[in-house]
Design a protein around this ligand. Structure first.
Ligand SMILES: Nc1nc2c(ncn2[C@@H]2O[C@H](COP(=O)(O)OP(=O)(O)OP(=O)(O)O)[C@@H](O)[C@H]2O)c(=O)[nH]1
Ligand SMILES: C[S@@+](CC[C@H](N)C(=O)[O-])C[C@H]1O[C@@H](n2cnc3c(N)ncnc32)[C@H](O)[C@@H]1O
Ligand code: SF4
Ligand code: SF4
Length: 357
């Protein structure tokens, strides 16, 4: 089977159509790229649907629906996860979206993956709406931990940022996940002019709840294309604001040099707060990520619209090795980095909710 690139058409913008060259790729099983990086962290987007409409991510009306037949089934996802682990050296898997809890077959998918790749951590990034009712079943199915997006603990402000009044459900979800043993729990908050003022309160709340908070610099991946370099809040501004209430000491990336978040000890530790400074202190040089979209394309970088289709092969009898080889080709051609700070930067056609964060 030869490598093919397909344009993805699903009511979302059409992606670029180019052919990956793998002529100079070394013959190794892992997902290596031209810059010496190896992708071992797989992020699987499983839906475009979401229960919230965060302004930095989704348009008010939500993303165009992906026709059912274009969406990977739970069984197809389990097969691709198994190929990623067995053939390509992937060592951790994260489910994302859209909102993964919008899929009623999530438990089935997690249980299938847990059986197919025993011992591989299976995590989920979620907004936690409704998690309260599913945390136990998800943990029982084999989910190991969750990261929850939460930008404000003020109900009115939360409703403004997400265009939905669902804070009570999110907080109940966070507590249910902790009770179900989905730990350690990380909370993600996107930095914006509107959230900077509440950042210290959010950190105080997370410390009290025993959750690990990370702030994320906003990236130009909002569906409304409102992001502007001049008005984004940088990590340095956050540090100044938090520094007024807490004593912060830089601790780097103590657990994993490829982790997006850099850590700061809070008041001498052991608690820390993380900052994912994707724009001002990017970590592309150590990137270890590979992504699958909900429609079954491999996306090598958040910012690259060149995607390789695996779904057609999945549905037409391709062998595991055929699919693995397509995946290797996609990753060999991964870009050096996002290029946000370069002159002439153009945001990708997919917004964050259509990629999976
Ligand atoms: N630029 C960039 N940002 C990323 C990447 N992966 C994650 N992020 C950002 O980091 C945020 C948090 O990601 P999570 O889904 O919680 O995953 P994680 O931080 O890798 O998770 P842990 O393994 O639990 O630390 C995302 O919302 C993105 O904004 C990446 O590959 N590149
Ligand atoms: C796209 S969401 C999908 C999973 C789930 N719905 C959630 O919100 O956790 C994944 C992550 O992307 C982050 N995100 C969304 N838009 C972003 C942007 N423009 N810049 C940085 N992070 C963004 C969210 O904060 C969230 O942590
Ligand atoms: S960040 Fe997550 S919860 Fe918010 S709109 Fe995007 S997909 Fe939905
Ligand atoms: S922007 Fe692309 S290269 Fe940089 S860390 Fe994210 S996925 Fe990796």
């Amino acid at each position: 089977m030869t490598a093919t690139v397909r344009a993805v058409q699903m009511g979302l913008p059409r992606v670029r159509n180019s052919h990956p060259s793998i002529a100079d790729r070394p013959d190794v099983p892992e997902l290596v790229d031209r810059f010496g990086r190896v992708a071992r962290d797989l992020r699987v987007s499983i839906t475009e649907k979401c229960s919230l409409r965060c302004t930095y991510c989704m348009p008010a009306e939500g993303l165009p629906a992906i026709p059912r037949e274009r969406l990977l089934t739970a069984e197809e996802i389990v097969r691709l996860v198994r190929i990623a682990v067995e053939e390509l050296g992937v060592r951790e898997v994260r489910f994302t979206g859209g909102e993964p809890l919008m899929r009623p077959d999530l438990e089935e998918m997690i249980a299938g993956c847990a059986a197919a790749v025993p011992g591989i951590p299976l995590s989920m990034t979620t907004n936690a709406v409704g998690l309260e009712h599913r945390a136990e079943a998800l943990a029982a199915a084999g989910l190991t931990r969750v990261n929850v997006s939460l930008d404000s603990i003020d109900r009115a402000h939360f409703a403004e940022l997400t265009r939905r009044d669902r804070l009570p459900s999110v907080l109940a979800g966070i507590r249910a996940a902790a009770a179900a043993g989905l730990a350690p729990m990380k909370i993600n908050a996107v930095l914006m002019p509107e959230t900077l003022g509440g950042a210290a309160d959010l950190l105080e709340w997370c410390l009290a709840e025993g959750c690990h908070l990370r702030f994320i610099e906003e990236m130009p991946l909002d569906a409304d294309h409102a992001w502007a370099r001049d008005s984004m809040i940088a990590a340095t501004q956050l540090l100044e604001v938090l520094g007024e209430r807490f004593e912060l000491t830089e601790a780097g990336r103590p657990d994993d040099p490829s982790a997006p978040a850099e850590e700061w000890l809070v008041d001498g530790g052991p608690a820390t707060v993380g900052i994912i400074a994707s724009v001002t202190r990017n970590f592309c040089g150590d990137c270890d990520r590979t992504r699958l979209t909900a429609e079954g394309t491999v996306r090598s970088c958040l910012f690259s619209d060149d995607e390789i289709d695996l779904r057609a092969g999945l549905r037409s009898g391709a062998s595991d090795e055929d699919l693995a080889q397509l995946w290797r080709g996609a990753m060999w051609n991964k870009w050096a980095g996002h290029g946000i700070n370069a002159a002439g930067f153009e945001p990708p056609q997919r917004s964050m909710g259509a990629i999976g964060g």
